[in-house]
Design a protein around this ligand. Structure first.
Ligand SMILES: [Zn+2]
Length: 81
């Protein structure tokens, strides 16, 4: 058992994710892979998979050119509503 360890469970297909630039509020399209992170829980028999997006490459905002996404930083899928 590797307690406290989360790992990438699987990969699915690529998609274009709309990402809002935190600096200038411009909407950009970022190529991402949808992945699932296995999250350890206190109950060892329960597995929780958290869907997240992994950017394929470093992406800059089209408007202000600041970096808004990079492969080392996963994007959490936010549920609206
Ligand atoms: Zn921007």
């Amino acid at each position: 058992m590797h307690r406290g360890e989360s790992r990438i469970k699987m990969k699915t297909d690529m998609k274009n994710l709309r990402v809002k630039c935190p600096y200038c509020d411009h909407w950009n399209r970022v190529q991402v892979n949808k992945i699932f992170i296995e999250q350890p829980t206190s109950e060892s028999k329960v597995k929780v998979l958290i869907p997240m997006y992994k950017p394929l490459e470093i992406s800059n905002c089209k408007k202000c050119t600041k970096i808004i996404a990079k492969p080392s930083e996963l994007i959490r899928i936010e549920r609206t509503g």
